[in-house]
Design a protein around this ligand. Sequence first.
Ligand SMILES: [Zn+2]
Ligand SMILES: [Zn+2]
Length: 136
Amino acid sequence: MPRIYKFECDTCGEIVDIGEGDRIYVIDKNGKRIIGAHSMDFRFVKRVLRESWGYNGSFSIDSKEYTEILKEKTGKVHTCICRDCLKKFEIDVELDEFICPACNSENVCLIHDFVGNTCPKCKEGKIRKKSFGIVD
Ligand SMILES: [Zn+2]
Ligand SMILES: [Zn+2]
């Protein structure tokens, strides 16, 4: 089960993000990415496959058909943050460009790489990553 983290300022306690840093998504019939709650949210994957694609086959991970569908219709988005305007957004690092959707800046990084940066709020503390528990 995935572990989630809190990305928090060690001085003022500002929380930049809570999460794993990445989440699974399924492409629906309209080509839209539907994003799950976390990276191993297979209950959600099954629901979208059933509701959007009418997939009624075996959801067993050993089934070749299901494995193919997962490869074709799912991916992972990573939480990113813009160092210029501090917008948080999610991209598939294998498919998307590292560009901020709000200000077009290329000065963006994965939320995990934001650890150690100066806090955007108090401008004094540093962002730390702390374990925040396990989700299922
Ligand atoms: Zn701070
Ligand atoms: Zn930006």
